[in-house]
Design a protein around this ligand. Structure first.
Ligand SMILES: [Zn+2]
Length: 154
């Protein structure tokens, strides 16, 4: 579990992010202010202590667990960086290929902390501290309302 987190804030628009590593809070092109804060000061919506692990949600969506626990997005979004290249055209429309060049925005591993990411990020990163929603819970209209299991890449 992280003892300390970094609070990064923008002096111009006052946007703030709190995450294990510094993370840009906005798109302003100004120097951000960073400050180290202790885990006890981190709002619980960022660091959800869940049984044996701290779970840090690196997806843009809240994760609803079967026991009613909701893990809101931490604000930091892990994603897979893609590169796209034009290869041809089809009826004048560009035809492209893209491929993954690696995961971005993943914090350093930390004992006792699991990061919730997308399956794509977990597959690209090959780390043992990444989980993604496995079996999903849906309402009668098929809309995803939660996840029943976490899954790992083998
Ligand atoms: Zn800003």
């Amino acid at each position: 579990m992280y003892e300390n987190y970094t609070k990064t804030s923008c002096p111009r628009c006052r946007a703030t992010e709190i995450s294990p590593d510094p993370y840009p809070p906005c798109q302003c092109l100004v120097p951000f202010k960073t400050e180290t804060i202790h885990r006890s000061e981190v709002p619980t919506w960022i660091r959800v202590l869940y049984r044996d692990f701290d779970l840090v949600n690196l997806t843009p969506h809240a994760i609803n667990l079967p026991d009613g626990v909701i893990i809101p997005p931490s604000g930091k979004i892990a994603r897979v960086e893609m590169v796209t290249e034009d290869v041809d055209t089809v009826n004048g429309i560009p035809l492209t290929v893209s491929w993954a060049v690696g995961p971005v925005n993943l914090p350093e591993p930390c004992e006792g902390t699991l990061f919730i990411v997308s399956r794509m990020v977990a597959a690209a990163a090959e780390r043992e501290d990444l989980v993604f929603p496995g079996e999903l819970e849906r309402d009668e209209n098929g809309r995803v309302i939660g996840c029943k299991t976490f899954e790992v890449i083998e």
